[in-house]
Ligand binder design. Sequence first.
Ligand SMILES: Cc1cc2nc3c(=O)[nH]c(=O)nc-3n(C[C@H](O)[C@H](O)[C@H](O)COP(=O)(O)OP(=O)(O)OC[C@H]3O[C@@H](n4cnc5c(N)ncnc54)[C@H](O)[C@@H]3O)c2cc1C
Length: 323
Amino acid sequence: MFPRFSHARPTDLQAALDLLEKTSGRIHAGGTDLLGCLYDGVFTTDTVISLSNVAELKSISQSTGNGLRIGAMTPIAAVAAHPGIRSTYKALAQAASVVASPQLRSQGTLGGNLCQKTRCWYYRGDFPCLRKNGDHCFAFEGENQHHAIFGGEGCYMVHPSDTAPALAALDATCRISGGGSSRSVPVDQFLMPASVDPQRETVLEPTEILTEILLPPAPPGLRSSYRKIRSRQTWDFALAGVALALDFDGDIVQSARVFLSGAASIPWRAREIEAIITGRRLDAETISKASKAAVEGAEPLRHNSAKVTLFEGLVAEALEGMI
Ligand SMILES: Cc1cc2nc3c(=O)[nH]c(=O)nc-3n(C[C@H](O)[C@H](O)[C@H](O)COP(=O)(O)OP(=O)(O)OC[C@H]3O[C@@H](n4cnc5c(N)ncnc54)[C@H](O)[C@@H]3O)c2cc1C
């Protein structure tokens, strides 16, 4: 049953920030995650603050640094369809196009996709888990087919976003407003590792709003991609996913950023892969070494050791797709 709350629909960012200061409000972007959490009693709020009338947060434009600025309220479908993103920042267009279903991509926003809560069934269900102020993680010894194989410590949730690993690989930055100031945080530091604070998904303070995502100018040799494996061939979260952003000089990889999804409580940076492929051609030997390195240090739980094999194959396939 829905809890009782007030509803506000400010028309500019400052009015939304003022409301967050005065209430224990929650931001409503597309509402596709927020309303489910309220309905299921995952959390409560006194005020739902809709950003749907804040026009300044909705557009995609060129940024002052000659990259791209994407307002946090931009629908995921608009990100997937944007010609500049499709041609230059392919990993992001590919990630946005495999989020959920067409309806959810039209309603859900890029900012909401980054800020959404974990889909761990214990957290969403009626279990007093660590993430809900309880004292342990029910997934650790329970049904953990979809849970973390890296970085699990206390809480074993995986971050559900497909766009976060792509944005992290592309070295994007989040712009945040609130508390009388603004700040910038790289996407790969915006999400909170469960080992640091299992009760927060992001670094956002309760009075802050994610306003925009900035993509840096793309180097001429940039090739990027996002691939994911789901447990069924229809809308579903990533069981295993990989985002690559590689800068090539001819056929040599000059620099690489690689992030795994479905692996950890944040997009998991695969530095071992980056080190193996940097300065090399993506030949069969390098790809084989890199895909094995992808799962080095993995600590699967009782029911998710299949993820190790999935990641190995997925990374090999994604690197082959770069040639
Ligand atoms: C059936 C189903 C399948 C799905 N499958 C996938 C999938 O395959 N891949 C995937 O990536 N996602 C998937 N999702 C998640 C979906 O993409 C998210 O629900 C959606 O991206 C959230 O966006 P929204 O705009 O609706 O956010 P909302 O629901 O409005 O907000 C989500 C959370 O973020 C906070 N928030 C939102 N915007 C801001 C902001 N600008 N500043 C501060 N806080 C903010 C809200 O307070 C809330 O806590 C699925 C969801 C469903 C229901």
